[in-house]
Design a protein around this ligand. Structure first.
Ligand code: HEC
Length: 137
């Protein structure tokens, strides 16, 4: 047989997609689960994820109007776990409270509120960040 059948091609694409999504501990991202973690642990300060309504003063919002989508996944996870220190940081660390899977599920939920161009941009930033990190290790 000279050419692989379309079914084989589709299987490869599905495997590739599964590999891309596999950033959480169990390789699956669950935005719905992320939404309930967000409501419980983040919303009192950050406000509604989609609109930023009722955010506390001086607290960035995570919707399309905010700037969360400018940052790579790796950086956002570092912020959530307090591993990225900067002057005047008041964001509490969720190290020991949330798992990496929890953090990635929350990010999946935040992303579900962003338009396609923002998601695309943020995916590229995340890829570049990861490549730089891998190259420097
Ligand atoms: C007690 C209030 C508070 C809670 C609770 C809180 N944050 Fe924050 N967060 C902040 C503040 C304030 C900042 C701005 C930076 C700073 O002052 O540390 C921030 C910054 C951030 C940033 C970086 C800014 C951005 O949007 O790019 C992210 C990401 C973030 N928080 C995610 C979360 C997530 C996810 C949760 C829940 C798991 C959470 N925060 C819970 C107060 C909070």
């Amino acid at each position: 047989m000279r050419y692989a059948s379309p079914a084989v091609g589709i299987a490869f694409i599905l495997i590739a997609l599964a590999a891309c999504a596999g950033q959480g501990e169990n390789g699956r991202l669950d935005a719905e689960r992320g939404a309930s973690i967000y409501a419980e642990s983040c919303q009192t300060c950050h406000g509604e994820a989609a609109t930023g309504k009722q955010a506390a003063p001086n607290t960035p919002t995570h919707g399309p109007e905010g700037h969360t989508w400018h940052h790579a996944d790796g950086q956002l996870v570092q912020i959530i776990f307090g591993r990225l220190d900067f002057p005047g940081r008041t964001m509490p660390s969720f190290e020991g409270t949330l798992s990496e899977q929890d953090a990635f599920d929350v990010l999946a939920y935040l992303k579900s509120n962003w338009p396609a161009e923002q998601r695309q941009f943020q995916a590229e930033v995340s890829d570049n960040w990861q490549k730089l990190r891998d190259a420097n290790q």
